[in-house]
Design a protein around this ligand. Sequence first.
Ligand SMILES: Nc1ncnc2c1ncn2[C@@H]1O[C@H](COP(=O)(O)OP(=O)(O)OP(=O)(O)O)[C@@H](O)[C@H]1O
Length: 316
Amino acid sequence: MTTDTTTTVAPAAERVLDARGVTMRFGGLTAVRNVDLHVNAGEIVGLIGPNGAGKTTFFNCLTGLYIPTEGEVRYKDTVLPPKSFKVTAAGIARTFQNIRLFANMTVLENVLVGRHTRTKEGFWSAILRGPGFHKAEAASRARAMELLEFVGLEKKADHLSRNLPYGEQRKLEIARALASEPGLLLLDEPTAGMNPQETRATEELVFAIRDKGIAVLVIEHDMRFIFNLCDRVAVLVQGEKLVEGDSATVQGDERVVAAYLGEPFEDAPGNEEIAEVEAAEANADTPADTEAPTDADTPADAETTTDAAPGKENDR
Ligand SMILES: Nc1ncnc2c1ncn2[C@@H]1O[C@H](COP(=O)(O)OP(=O)(O)OP(=O)(O)O)[C@@H](O)[C@H]1O
Protein backbone atom coordinates (compact mmCIF):
# COMPACT_ATOMS: atom_id res chain seq x y z
CA MET A 1 0.00 0.00 0.00
CA THR A 2 1.27 3.43 -0.81
CA THR A 3 0.47 6.46 1.24
CA ASP A 4 0.26 9.84 -0.36
CA THR A 5 2.17 12.09 2.00
CA THR A 6 2.06 15.18 -0.15
CA THR A 7 0.03 18.05 1.18
CA THR A 8 -1.05 21.01 -0.84
CA VAL A 9 0.01 24.25 0.75
CA ALA A 10 -1.34 27.46 -0.69
CA PRO A 11 1.61 29.52 -1.90
CA ALA A 12 2.34 32.51 0.31
CA ALA A 13 1.47 35.70 -1.51
CA GLU A 14 4.55 37.29 -2.99
CA ARG A 15 5.54 40.32 -0.96
CA VAL A 16 6.22 43.12 -3.38
CA LEU A 17 6.91 45.83 -0.82
CA ASP A 18 8.11 45.31 2.69
CA ALA A 19 8.85 48.43 4.73
CA ARG A 20 10.11 47.78 8.23
CA GLY A 21 10.53 50.20 11.08
CA VAL A 22 10.60 53.25 8.82
CA THR A 23 11.28 56.42 10.78
CA MET A 24 11.89 59.87 9.31
CA ARG A 25 12.96 62.80 11.44
CA PHE A 26 13.37 66.38 10.33
CA GLY A 27 15.40 67.96 13.13
CA GLY A 28 13.20 67.72 16.20
CA LEU A 29 10.10 66.63 14.25
CA THR A 30 9.42 62.92 13.77
CA ALA A 31 7.23 62.87 10.67
CA VAL A 32 7.13 59.05 10.41
CA ARG A 33 7.73 56.79 13.39
CA ASN A 34 8.57 53.10 13.18
CA VAL A 35 6.10 52.24 10.41
CA ASP A 36 5.84 48.70 9.05
CA LEU A 37 3.83 48.22 5.87
CA HIS A 38 3.78 45.54 3.22
CA VAL A 39 2.03 45.14 -0.11
CA ASN A 40 1.50 41.74 -1.69
CA ALA A 41 1.39 41.02 -5.40
CA GLY A 42 -2.11 41.60 -6.73
CA GLU A 43 -3.12 43.91 -3.88
CA ILE A 44 -4.41 47.46 -3.77
CA VAL A 45 -3.47 48.96 -0.41
CA GLY A 46 -4.62 52.35 0.84
CA LEU A 47 -2.72 54.73 3.09
CA ILE A 48 -4.91 57.29 4.79
CA GLY A 49 -4.56 59.76 7.63
CA PRO A 50 -5.33 63.37 8.51
CA ASN A 51 -3.34 66.22 6.97
CA GLY A 52 0.26 66.19 8.12
CA ALA A 53 0.09 62.57 9.29
CA GLY A 54 3.27 61.67 7.39
CA LYS A 55 1.83 59.87 4.35
CA THR A 56 3.83 61.68 1.67
CA THR A 57 6.96 61.57 3.81
CA PHE A 58 6.51 57.81 4.04
CA PHE A 59 6.12 57.59 0.23
CA ASN A 60 9.30 59.64 -0.13
CA CYS A 61 11.10 57.15 2.12
CA LEU A 62 9.84 54.26 -0.02
CA THR A 63 10.94 55.84 -3.28
CA GLY A 64 14.40 57.03 -2.31
CA LEU A 65 13.60 60.74 -2.23
CA TYR A 66 14.36 60.66 1.48
CA ILE A 67 16.83 58.48 3.28
CA PRO A 68 14.87 57.17 6.26
CA THR A 69 16.47 57.98 9.61
CA GLU A 70 15.80 54.37 10.58
CA GLY A 71 14.33 51.27 8.99
CA GLU A 72 14.61 49.56 5.64
CA VAL A 73 12.52 49.12 2.52
CA ARG A 74 12.54 45.93 0.47
CA TYR A 75 11.15 45.39 -2.99
CA LYS A 76 10.68 41.69 -3.71
CA ASP A 77 13.20 40.74 -1.01
CA THR A 78 15.89 43.18 -2.11
CA VAL A 79 16.74 46.10 0.14
CA LEU A 80 16.29 49.26 -1.89
CA PRO A 81 19.05 51.83 -2.13
CA PRO A 82 17.82 55.33 -1.21
CA LYS A 83 18.19 56.73 -4.74
CA SER A 84 15.06 57.48 -6.76
CA PHE A 85 16.36 56.27 -10.12
CA LYS A 86 17.53 52.99 -8.60
CA VAL A 87 14.15 52.49 -6.92
CA THR A 88 12.42 53.10 -10.27
CA ALA A 89 14.81 50.72 -12.01
CA ALA A 90 14.10 48.10 -9.33
CA GLY A 91 10.37 48.25 -10.10
CA ILE A 92 8.61 50.93 -8.04
CA ALA A 93 7.02 53.87 -9.86
CA ARG A 94 5.07 56.76 -8.40
CA THR A 95 2.97 59.79 -9.11
CA PHE A 96 3.09 63.00 -7.10
CA GLN A 97 0.56 64.94 -5.09
CA ASN A 98 1.46 68.03 -7.12
CA ILE A 99 1.53 67.02 -10.77
CA ARG A 100 5.06 66.96 -12.14
CA LEU A 101 4.84 66.81 -15.90
CA PHE A 102 7.12 68.43 -18.45
CA ALA A 103 4.71 71.19 -19.39
CA ASN A 104 6.27 72.08 -22.75
CA MET A 105 6.66 68.51 -23.94
CA THR A 106 3.95 66.58 -25.72
CA VAL A 107 1.88 63.94 -24.02
CA LEU A 108 3.79 61.21 -25.89
CA GLU A 109 7.17 62.72 -25.01
CA ASN A 110 6.24 62.77 -21.33
CA VAL A 111 5.57 59.02 -21.46
CA LEU A 112 8.79 58.42 -23.39
CA VAL A 113 10.71 60.15 -20.60
CA GLY A 114 9.20 57.62 -18.22
CA ARG A 115 10.73 54.79 -20.27
CA HIS A 116 14.33 55.84 -19.81
CA THR A 117 15.02 53.27 -17.08
CA ARG A 118 13.90 50.53 -19.46
CA THR A 119 15.86 51.52 -22.56
CA LYS A 120 19.34 50.13 -22.95
CA GLU A 121 20.50 52.50 -25.66
CA GLY A 122 23.30 54.62 -24.25
CA PHE A 123 24.78 58.00 -24.96
CA TRP A 124 26.82 57.09 -28.06
CA SER A 125 23.96 55.17 -29.55
CA ALA A 126 21.76 58.25 -29.20
CA ILE A 127 24.43 60.48 -30.74
CA LEU A 128 25.23 58.16 -33.65
CA ARG A 129 21.61 57.17 -34.19
CA GLY A 130 22.46 53.80 -35.67
CA PRO A 131 19.94 51.05 -36.55
CA GLY A 132 19.93 49.76 -32.93
CA PHE A 133 18.88 53.16 -31.69
CA HIS A 134 16.08 53.54 -34.24
CA LYS A 135 14.73 50.09 -33.45
CA ALA A 136 14.73 50.78 -29.71
CA GLU A 137 13.15 54.19 -30.27
CA ALA A 138 10.35 52.69 -32.38
CA ALA A 139 9.68 50.03 -29.71
CA SER A 140 9.56 52.71 -27.00
CA ARG A 141 7.12 54.82 -28.98
CA ALA A 142 4.90 51.81 -29.62
CA ARG A 143 4.87 50.97 -25.90
CA ALA A 144 4.21 54.60 -24.97
CA MET A 145 1.25 54.71 -27.38
CA GLU A 146 -0.09 51.50 -25.86
CA LEU A 147 0.03 53.10 -22.43
CA LEU A 148 -1.68 56.24 -23.67
CA GLU A 149 -4.42 54.07 -25.07
CA PHE A 150 -4.65 52.25 -21.75
CA VAL A 151 -5.32 55.52 -19.88
CA GLY A 152 -7.48 56.92 -22.70
CA LEU A 153 -5.16 59.66 -23.98
CA GLU A 154 -4.03 58.20 -27.31
CA LYS A 155 -5.85 60.89 -29.30
CA LYS A 156 -3.93 63.58 -27.44
CA ALA A 157 -0.45 62.13 -27.95
CA ASP A 158 0.74 65.25 -29.83
CA HIS A 159 -0.81 67.83 -27.50
CA LEU A 160 1.41 69.78 -25.16
CA SER A 161 0.89 68.39 -21.68
CA ARG A 162 0.24 71.85 -20.26
CA ASN A 163 -2.86 72.12 -22.45
CA LEU A 164 -4.52 69.05 -20.98
CA PRO A 165 -7.33 69.49 -18.49
CA TYR A 166 -6.36 68.69 -14.91
CA GLY A 167 -7.93 65.23 -14.79
CA GLU A 168 -6.09 64.20 -17.96
CA GLN A 169 -2.80 65.48 -16.59
CA ARG A 170 -3.26 63.09 -13.67
CA LYS A 171 -3.90 60.24 -16.13
CA LEU A 172 -0.78 61.20 -18.04
CA GLU A 173 1.26 61.05 -14.83
CA ILE A 174 -0.01 57.51 -14.33
CA ALA A 175 0.89 56.55 -17.93
CA ARG A 176 4.36 57.97 -17.43
CA ALA A 177 4.80 56.02 -14.20
CA LEU A 178 3.64 52.84 -15.96
CA ALA A 179 6.21 53.43 -18.68
CA SER A 180 8.95 52.25 -16.32
CA GLU A 181 7.16 48.85 -16.24
CA PRO A 182 6.79 48.75 -12.46
CA GLY A 183 5.72 45.88 -10.26
CA LEU A 184 4.40 48.36 -7.71
CA LEU A 185 2.77 51.71 -8.39
CA LEU A 186 2.52 54.36 -5.67
CA LEU A 187 -0.21 56.94 -6.23
CA ASP A 188 -0.18 60.11 -4.13
CA GLU A 189 -3.69 61.59 -4.10
CA PRO A 190 -4.61 60.54 -7.66
CA THR A 191 -8.11 62.05 -7.49
CA ALA A 192 -7.21 65.40 -5.92
CA GLY A 193 -9.15 68.12 -7.71
CA MET A 194 -11.24 65.67 -9.75
CA ASN A 195 -15.01 65.73 -10.10
CA PRO A 196 -16.98 62.62 -9.04
CA GLN A 197 -17.11 61.29 -12.61
CA GLU A 198 -13.35 61.58 -13.07
CA THR A 199 -12.86 59.97 -9.66
CA ARG A 200 -14.95 56.94 -10.66
CA ALA A 201 -12.94 56.66 -13.91
CA THR A 202 -9.71 56.73 -11.89
CA GLU A 203 -11.09 53.97 -9.69
CA GLU A 204 -11.65 51.83 -12.80
CA LEU A 205 -8.18 52.68 -14.05
CA VAL A 206 -6.58 51.53 -10.78
CA PHE A 207 -8.51 48.25 -10.93
CA ALA A 208 -7.29 47.79 -14.52
CA ILE A 209 -3.69 48.44 -13.41
CA ARG A 210 -4.04 45.81 -10.70
CA ASP A 211 -5.49 43.41 -13.28
CA LYS A 212 -2.31 43.86 -15.30
CA GLY A 213 -0.39 42.38 -12.37
CA ILE A 214 0.85 45.64 -10.87
CA ALA A 215 0.33 46.07 -7.13
CA VAL A 216 -0.83 49.51 -6.00
CA LEU A 217 -0.28 51.57 -2.86
CA VAL A 218 -2.44 54.67 -2.83
CA ILE A 219 -2.70 57.76 -0.63
CA GLU A 220 -6.07 59.44 -0.89
CA HIS A 221 -8.35 61.67 1.15
CA ASP A 222 -11.50 60.57 -0.68
CA MET A 223 -12.73 57.86 1.67
CA ARG A 224 -15.34 56.46 -0.70
CA PHE A 225 -12.63 55.97 -3.30
CA ILE A 226 -10.34 54.26 -0.78
CA PHE A 227 -12.93 51.96 0.74
CA ASN A 228 -14.32 50.93 -2.68
CA LEU A 229 -10.91 50.23 -4.07
CA CYS A 230 -8.59 48.80 -1.46
CA ASP A 231 -8.07 45.26 -0.24
CA ARG A 232 -6.38 46.65 2.84
CA VAL A 233 -6.09 50.10 4.38
CA ALA A 234 -3.47 51.43 6.80
CA VAL A 235 -4.10 54.56 8.85
CA LEU A 236 -1.27 56.91 9.78
CA VAL A 237 -1.82 59.41 12.57
CA GLN A 238 0.94 61.73 13.73
CA GLY A 239 3.51 59.63 11.93
CA GLU A 240 2.49 56.31 13.47
CA LYS A 241 0.44 53.47 12.06
CA LEU A 242 -2.72 53.44 14.12
CA VAL A 243 -4.76 50.70 12.45
CA GLU A 244 -4.51 48.39 9.47
CA GLY A 245 -7.17 46.10 8.06
CA ASP A 246 -9.85 45.67 5.45
CA SER A 247 -12.22 48.53 4.68
CA ALA A 248 -14.92 47.41 7.12
CA THR A 249 -12.44 47.04 9.99
CA VAL A 250 -10.89 50.44 9.42
CA GLN A 251 -14.20 52.23 8.89
CA GLY A 252 -15.58 50.80 12.11
CA ASP A 253 -12.55 51.53 14.26
CA GLU A 254 -13.32 54.15 16.91
CA ARG A 255 -9.69 55.30 17.02
CA VAL A 256 -9.84 56.16 13.34
CA VAL A 257 -13.03 58.15 13.75
CA ALA A 258 -11.51 59.93 16.75
CA ALA A 259 -8.30 60.69 14.85
CA TYR A 260 -10.24 62.40 12.08
CA LEU A 261 -13.05 64.01 14.00
CA GLY A 262 -11.33 64.82 17.29
CA GLU A 263 -11.15 63.00 20.58
CA PRO A 264 -14.49 62.09 22.21
CA PHE A 265 -15.38 63.67 25.55
CA GLU A 266 -13.77 61.72 28.34
CA ASP A 267 -16.52 61.85 30.97
CA ALA A 268 -20.20 61.26 30.33
CA PRO A 269 -19.97 61.75 26.58
CA GLY A 270 -22.49 64.20 25.32
CA ASN A 271 -23.62 65.64 28.69
CA GLU A 272 -21.42 68.65 28.45
CA GLU A 273 -22.62 69.34 24.92
CA ILE A 274 -26.27 68.92 25.90
CA ALA A 275 -25.82 71.39 28.74
CA GLU A 276 -24.19 73.89 26.38
CA VAL A 277 -27.00 73.54 23.83
CA GLU A 278 -29.70 73.92 26.51
CA ALA A 279 -28.02 77.02 27.86
CA ALA A 280 -27.75 78.47 24.36
CA GLU A 281 -31.43 77.71 23.66
CA ALA A 282 -32.49 79.31 26.92
CA ASN A 283 -30.56 82.44 25.98
CA ALA A 284 -32.06 82.48 22.52
CA ASP A 285 -35.61 82.34 23.97
CA THR A 286 -35.00 85.44 26.03
CA PRO A 287 -35.63 88.48 23.83
CA ALA A 288 -32.44 89.93 25.03
CA ASP A 289 -31.11 93.32 24.34
CA THR A 290 -27.75 91.70 24.22
CA GLU A 291 -25.61 91.85 21.15
CA ALA A 292 -26.51 89.36 18.43
CA PRO A 293 -23.82 86.74 17.90
CA THR A 294 -21.72 87.10 14.79
CA ASP A 295 -20.91 84.22 12.46
CA ALA A 296 -17.57 83.92 14.12
CA ASP A 297 -19.31 83.40 17.43
CA THR A 298 -21.36 80.49 16.15
CA PRO A 299 -19.05 77.90 14.78
CA ALA A 300 -21.47 75.09 15.61
CA ASP A 301 -22.53 74.43 12.02
CA ALA A 302 -19.00 74.10 10.85
CA GLU A 303 -18.18 71.62 13.55
CA THR A 304 -21.22 69.44 13.23
CA THR A 305 -21.31 68.97 9.48
CA THR A 306 -18.35 66.65 9.45
CA ASP A 307 -20.28 63.53 8.50
CA ALA A 308 -19.23 63.90 4.89
CA ALA A 309 -15.94 62.34 5.64
CA PRO A 310 -12.61 62.46 7.24
CA GLY A 311 -9.83 64.28 5.55
CA LYS A 312 -9.27 66.74 2.80
CA GLU A 313 -11.99 65.73 0.38
CA ASN A 314 -14.05 68.67 1.53
CA ASP A 315 -11.19 71.04 0.92
CA ARG A 316 -11.71 71.45 -2.77
N1 LIG B 1 11.16 68.26 4.10
C1 LIG B 1 10.57 68.47 5.28
N2 LIG B 1 11.19 69.18 6.24
C2 LIG B 1 10.59 69.38 7.43
N3 LIG B 1 9.37 68.93 7.77
C3 LIG B 1 8.72 68.22 6.84
C4 LIG B 1 9.26 67.95 5.55
N4 LIG B 1 8.37 67.22 4.85
C5 LIG B 1 7.31 67.04 5.65
N5 LIG B 1 7.51 67.64 6.85
C6 LIG B 1 6.59 67.63 7.98
O1 LIG B 1 6.29 66.27 8.26
C7 LIG B 1 4.93 66.14 8.65
C8 LIG B 1 4.24 65.16 7.75
O2 LIG B 1 4.05 65.76 6.48
P1 LIG B 1 3.49 64.95 5.21
O3 LIG B 1 3.48 65.91 4.07
O4 LIG B 1 4.24 63.71 5.05
O5 LIG B 1 2.02 64.62 5.70
P2 LIG B 1 0.80 64.07 4.83
O6 LIG B 1 0.14 63.04 5.67
O7 LIG B 1 1.28 63.64 3.50
O8 LIG B 1 -0.11 65.35 4.73
P3 LIG B 1 -1.18 65.79 3.58
O9 LIG B 1 -2.31 64.84 3.67
O10 LIG B 1 -1.56 67.16 3.99
O11 LIG B 1 -0.46 65.74 2.27
C9 LIG B 1 4.32 67.53 8.62
O12 LIG B 1 4.38 68.06 9.91
C10 LIG B 1 5.25 68.27 7.67
O13 LIG B 1 5.26 69.64 7.97
